[in-house]
Design a protein around this ligand. Structure first.
Ligand SMILES: [Fe+2]
Length: 158
């Protein structure tokens, strides 16, 4: 039997929050795969530094991904877990693949910034419309992590 989540958030609102979390989970996966791709395939003058930076970044993303999936479970949802589901629900583009360092860093930065913009709207909804203080707080923390990564990447672009 499936025990219902009874924490003072309506079913309709729970479902709205879960949709936001599934979209974010998918976006994180797209950025994670792209970050690993460029960790492997980065080339150019700052190869080793960016190679290491991207490793640090995908480790942060892995942790974030797990926390988002577990937040979905805490709200009674089933966390998406297939590549197909991630591709279907992401708000980012999977490609295109870039072969030059500046383009690679620019693309990662642009994805992090796009996710930050989506999260800003998601957070406002979770707060004002769905009245879920914990998800509002949680996603604010996620957004702060992306702002930090965006700063690091932006600094390579002069
Ligand atoms: Fe590696």
């Amino acid at each position: 039997m499936n025990a219902k989540v009874n924490i003072g958030i309506s079913e309709k609102n729970l479902s709205g929050i879960i949709t936001i979390l599934q979209n974010t989970l998918a976006d994180e996966h797209v950025i994670y795969i792209k970050t690993r791709n460029y960790h492997w395939n980065i080339k150019g003058p700052s190869f080793l530094e960016i190679h290491r930076l991207l490793e640090e970044e995908y480790e942060v993303l892995v942790e974030t991904i797990d926390q988002i999936a577990e937040r979905i479970k805490k709200l009674g949802g089933r966390a998406n877990g297939t590549m197909k589901e991630f591709i279907d629900s992401t708000r980012l583009l999977e490609g295109p693949y870039h072969d030059h360092q500046t383009e690679q860093v620019k693309q990662l930065l642009s994805d992090h910034e796009a996710l930050i913009r989506s999260l800003r709207e998601d957070i406002a909804k979770c707060d004002k419309e769905f009245e879920d203080a914990v998800t509002t707080d949680f996603l604010t923390g996620v957004m702060a992590k992306h702002e930090n990564i965006a700063w690091m990447l932006r600094s390579y672009l002069g």
